[in-house]
Design a protein around this ligand. Structure first.
Ligand SMILES: [Zn+2]
Length: 80
């Protein structure tokens, strides 16, 4: 009887957020904010939970790679 009757599903939530949450300090930010005004973290676009994504920090990646590359080159130059 009631086994196959399903409850009325609510329509899927649309992601029209007006604010997003900072991933670091969870303060509410304007939806188009690129930086958190509270902790200065760079924030990306909002995800489906209303939380801002963390943008990939290419600059620090690059700095890390270059630093390691320079270190390896220096060691090779100094000792071989
Ligand atoms: Zn923050």
């Amino acid at each position: 009887m009631g086994i196959f009757s399903r409850g009325k599903k609510s329509p899927p939530a649309r992601h029209n957020f007006l604010v997003k949450r900072c991933p670091e300090c969870f303060v509410s930010l304007p939806i188009d904010a690129t930086n958190c005004f509270s902790c200065k973290t760079r924030v990306g676009r909002v995800d489906s939970y209303g939380k801002a994504r963390r943008p990939v920090n290419w600059y620090s990646y690059l700095t890390c790679i270059i630093t390691w590359g320079a270190l390896i080159l220096y060691i090779r130059w100094a000792f071989f």
